[in-house]
Design a protein around this ligand. Sequence first.
Ligand code: ZN
Ligand code: ZN
Length: 111
Amino acid sequence: MSRKKRVIIPNSATIKCPHCSKNTRVSLFNDTYIGNLTCKKCKQKIETPPAHCCVVCAFSKKKCPQSLILEAKIKNLEIKYQSEISKTNSVKPETTPAGATQVKNISLIES
Ligand SMILES: [Zn+2]
Ligand SMILES: [Zn+2]
């Protein structure tokens, strides 16, 4: 009954370019927020559509860590990080796509 549901925070996401459909893999950290990035193939800017949270939420199949953490807090769910689960298969920091900007840097984790 009191078993908490958990939310897995992904450590990467694949963003599909809305202009040319090229997939770009981005690394996600606990507080990653990607407001826009430039597609490596077509060089066009991928921007967050008005009704969306960020490009990860809008153009990948995943939700960004920030919105997942927020959702977990609202629903009182347990937060698990994929990077902690799969420590053995250590994640190499991938190259940040040119033009990726960290617009927000809010820490939602309470000590
Ligand atoms: Zn593109
Ligand atoms: Zn988002």
